[in-house]
Design a protein around this ligand. Structure first.
Ligand SMILES: [Zn+2]
Length: 116
């Protein structure tokens, strides 16, 4: 599990719609139709009329993903799948921001300063 960033909730939500920030999450996300493994940056569990609908994920590269809904085409994992092709933007930003506790890529110190 990795600790996620808090993403500000923007806009006015319908009264029957609630979303809750995820504090922790498995680190890797892969869309079933995509070829790359991404890193999760933040996430929100979404409810309509008190019923869980799905979890929306924001990825370090700026893409989004979802899990838990019937039409979901993605999944989370603790380890990257064998023969994974990593999203280079996610890897660079997540490691550079210290998500793995180290900021080294190929023995070189890397730093990414997120702008929110
Ligand atoms: Zn990515």
């Amino acid at each position: 599990m990795v600790k996620l960033e808090k993403k500000p909730i923007r806009g006015i939500l319908p009264e029957n719609f609630k979303q809750y920030q995820l504090g922790l999450c498995l680190p890797f996300y892969k869309s079933r139709s995509g070829e790359r493994v991404h890193r999760v940056r933040s996430g929100q569990a979404l409810f309509t009329d008190g019923v869980y609908t799905h979890t929306s994920l924001s990825l370090w590269c700026g893409a989004t993903g979802s899990i838990g809904n019937e039409g979901s085409r993605g999944y989370l994992s603790a380890e990257a799948p064998d023969n994974a092709v990593f999203c280079a933007t996610c890897e660079g930003r997540a490691i550079g921001a210290g998500m793995d506790g180290t900021r080294y890529i190929n023995g070189r110190f890397c730093l990414f300063s997120p702008r929110i």
